[in-house]
Design a binder for this molecule. Sequence first.
Ligand code: BGC
Length: 739
Amino acid sequence: MKFNNAAWISAPEDAQTCPLFKKQICLRGTVKKAELRATAMGMYRFFIDGKDVTDALFMPGWTDYVKRVQVQTYDVTRFFACCKEYAELSLLLGNGWASAEIFVGVVHPYIPRAAAIAELTLTYADGKKERFGTDKSWETWTNRCVYSELYMGETQDATLEPQRIGYAQETHVKAKLVPDEGEPVVEGEIVYPRALITTPNGERVIDFGQNLAGYVRVKCRGPRGGKISFVPAEILDKDGNFYNGNYRNAANRCTYTLSGGEDEFKPVFSFQGFRYIRIDEYFSEDIDLSCFNAIAVHSDIKRTGRFVCGNEKINQLYSNIIWGQRSNYIDVPTDCPQRDERLGWTGDAQVFCRTAAINFDVHKFFRKWLHDLILDQHKNGGVESVIPIVKGIPFYPASGWSDAVTICPWEIYLAYGDKQLLSECYPAMCKWIEYIKNEENGSYIWNAGFHFGDWLATDAPYGSFSGATDTSLIDTAFYAYSLSIVINAGNVLGKDTSGYRTLREKVVEAFRRKFIENGLPKGKPAVCCSSEQSTCYTQTALSLILYFGLGEEKDRKRQTDALVELIEQNGMRMTTGFLGTPYILHSLSENGRDDIAYSLLLQEKAPSWLFSVNMGATTMWEHWDGINEKGEVWNKDMNSFNHYAYGAVFDWIFGKAVGIQPLLPAYERVRICPHPDARLHFTDMAFDTRYGTLRAKWTFLPDGIRYEYEIPEGACAEIILPDGKKYEVSKGNYVFFTK
Ligand code: BGC
C-alpha cells in the first residue's frame, strides 16, 4: 500500500508528547467523494474542521511495526457536504504502542519519535481529483492533550490556548504499509459509579463495582484552572485501603485541568485496568459522583455465547470470564490490561482461544493476530512467546506458549470453518515442528532451552512461579499435541501427513519410555506446595497424558484414578497452573469422572475458580490466591486481577457440562452430549453459530432430567443422552427426558 502524495511527519523534539498537526486547504469546487487514508508509528486521531473522523480507538492498531503497519481508509465525504471553500485538516499524534515505554521500562521499542502519515483524496463534481497529504507544510500546534502514554496515563489542560510552535518535520520511516485487517477497538459498556468511599487512610475512592479495561470519563463544570487527578486500582487491601502496588511501573495517572465551562475528559491514547479510582485532586470539597463514568474499551467483537445455570457463583464466574475477555482483547490478545505489561502473550492466548470463540465472534480478531504471528516467526521456525514481537525484548520460544502457532489456527478453524486461514497458517505450523525437531535433535524428547513450565501452579514450593511438573515432560507433551494438530490440519488441507504421523508415534514412544512406568508417571507424587521442585507425577502431568492421549489405552483407568487420588489428597483441589488447568476437567470427564470434575468446578477453597468469586472478584485472577484467605496479596510484581487464562474453564462448561462439541467446523454438525449434575440444577446456553442460534438446556426435575434443544437451519446434531440413547436431528426444537 502506498501514499501518492504524502510524507511521514513528526514534531520537533521539544514539542509536547501529543502534537497536533494542522493544514488549511482550499477546495476547488463541490466535493463528490472524499477519502482519507492515515496511519502512524504511534497512535493518531484525525479531524476535519475539528470533527473527529477516526471511528475507532488506538489507531492504527498494534502490529510488529518493523514488519508491517496497518493503514486505515475512511470515507469522509459527509464532512464536505456543504459547499465550503476551505477546510481544516488536523491530526493528533500520540506515542501509542510504537513509541511507548513498553514492558518494564523498554523505551520506544519500534521508533524513537512517533510519526504519522495521511492523505485526503477529494473527487470533485467534475470528476477531477485532488490530494492533500501530510508534509512539512503542516503546522505543529500545542493542544490540551499535554501528555499521554499507554501505561502512564494522560494529562489534559482545557485552559491551554493552542499555539503554533512551528512546522512538522518530514521524517524517513521504513515501514511496509498494509490495509487494516483488525477488529477496531471501540468504547463498549458504560459502568456507573457504585459508591464513593473514604478509606481508613482517609483517601477518597470511587468504586465502579466492576473491574474492566478502559477509562474514566469525567463530565463536569467547575472553576477555570480547577483540577481533577486520579489513579486507578483493581482492589482494596485487607483493611479497605486503596492498593495499586500490582501496577508496577505503570503510573496510570489521569490529570485534567478545567476550562471553567462544561468539560468532558477521557484519555485519547491511554487506557487503564481498574475497578476503583483514588481521587487525589478535585476542584471542590465535595466530589460529585455523577461526573464520573467508567467506559470499557475492547475490540469490537460481537457476543455469541450466553450462559446461565442454577448456581449463582458459577454465573458470577461466567461474568468474570466475559469481562476478562473484554478487558484483554484490545487489538491483540493480552495477558492483562493494567500493569506495565499488557503484551500479546501466546500462552495466555492459546489457553483461552476456544473459550474466546464461544463467548464472542473472534474470527477477524484472530485472523489479524495470526497474521502477526506468522510474520514474526523466525526463519528456524521459532515463535516467540509474545506476539507482536516487541523490538528489543526477546521472548524466546517456549512450550505451551509458542504452540499457539498450531493451537489457535486449529481452534479458529473449528469455530468458523475458515480453511483459507488454516492453509495460510499451515506452513508456519509445520515450521514450528521443524524448530522443535531441531531442538530435540533425534531424541524425541524436547528439553532444550528455557520454558515457563506449568506457570503459577501451586504444587511447587510456595512462591515459585513455575509448578512442580517436570518441564521436559510438558515440552514433549506439547510437541506431541502440536503434531496431532498439524496432522489434523494437514488432513483437512489434503496434505501428506504420513511423516508427521510417524514422528508423533516416535515422540509418544519416547515420552512413555522417559516419563511413564507401569502406566503411571515416574517420580514422587506432588501435592500442594510440595517440596518437589520437579517431578513427573503431578495433576498437570496426568491431565496432559490423558487429554493429549500420551499413555497406553489400557492405562487410562489407572491414570484417571491416580489423578483423582492427587486431587483428593489435596482436599479435592487442583494444583494445576496455566498449562494443566485448561485440561484437568476434560481429562476427568472424558474418563468417566464427571463427579470429580464438578467437585473441582464447585470447590470454594483456593486453589479454585470459586475462591476468587467468594473474595468478590469481578474478573479472573492471574493467581489462584492473588489475595489469600487472610486478605493478603500474593506478591506485588506478578499479581493481576484481570488475567483471563483460568477462564478457559468455560470451554469445559460448554463442551462437557452443556455438552456442545463441533463435529464439523463452524458447528455445521455438532455432537450434543450433556454431562448434567444436580449441583448446577440447570444449564441454559444460547450460542450464535454461522448457521444461527443453537440452544441447549438441561434441568433437574423431581422425576428426572429434561433436555431442550434448538438446532438452527443448515446445521444438524447428534444428541447422545446420559442414558446412552442417540438421536440424529436437524433444524427444529427437541425435548427429551431421562430418569
Ligand atoms: C504474564 C503471563 C505470561 C507469563 C509468561 C507474565 O508476566 O502476565 O500471563 O504468560 O508472564 O510466563
